[in-house]
Design a protein around this ligand. Sequence first.
Ligand code: BGC
Length: 385
Amino acid sequence: MRRSVEAILRNQADNGAIIASPDFAQYHFCWLRDGSFSAYALDVAGEHEASARYHAWVARAVDGIATTMSDAIAAHRAGEVLDPVRMPPARFAMDGSTVVDDWPNFQVDGYGTWLWSLRRHIDLGGSDALPEHLLESARRVARYLKEFALHPCYDVWEENGGARHTSTLACVYGGLIAGAQLLGDEECERVADEVRSAVLASAASAGYFTKFAGDRDVDASCLWLASPFGLVDSKNEYFAKTVRLIEDRLSYDGGLRRYPGDVYFGGGAWPVLTASLGWHYASVGNFERANRCRGWIEDRIDAEGRLAEQFGGESRDHQHFEEWVSRWGAPARDLTWSHATLVVLSYLLDRPDPVSIMNDRGVRAPNRGTEVEVEVESTGGSGAS
Ligand code: BGC
């Protein structure tokens, strides 16, 4: 755990920004998604000062895009067509400025994950109030989330720009609940309820939580619905079925892939997702399975203490692996949020009350009645959707 905390600290600039990966040029930026999970890991590990520097950096970066955010809201209200490239960014340059390129920026999940991480920072750091210098940016992000909560956008893998993605909605939900708590904003709570209802309605029609509304595919990031974002209880019937489907269709060489049709660098198994499965098992008290996830990840840390983005893509789908290598060079060998998710899993395994560090809200009453075990037929792990 300490070695991975050191890796996160090593990948943090003095100004607080956390680089996604130091060894892969495409990732020489700070993503709100990766950075906010990493800040959470820092808080879990007691590195509150480093986490505070990250949150202050985000607040400044968000301050710098105030006009982009208010313009996006105004355009939406005026019914204009939104240009994804001109939406508030998914990632910033390390100095907090925006990058003008054709990256699919419209990814609301990172803004939700930031507010959620900020809330956890305050809780885990022992203070209950939002520091003054973060207030305005937190309000701005809450406004943005309320406006675009249910709007189709790119997913957490920066793909499929036209759909409503389940894991994106989980991040948005977590952010809105945090916004309600941090800012005393009841509207955040109301929109969070709408998000939750939409996600549950879509699960009711499919029988499980699908990758996006109207789809049948699974996506391992849907694990975040319960831990850490608390949109459902881990024992919710649709969630239990989703976990089984995810394991059935996405297990690869002991780890977990992103989604069946993933070909990015051959679509190998990701520490981030294997750790997320471990979070789930720890939260339901299955420490044996959670430990297995931790072991798989730890075995993949190299002699220099680096932990890559994914493993096994080269042999799983050699052709696509090579295609990506010729486009972007060798894949990331040290990915900051791979370390972050491992740190959180290690902490969960070493603590008697794991759920409390994940999500202090718990699940609301209506869901508790539906904790039913469901049998899921094996699909034989197709590898393609
Ligand atoms: C992943 C994103 C991640 C980014 C930086 C992309 O390949 O799909 O989820 O935020 O890399 O790590």
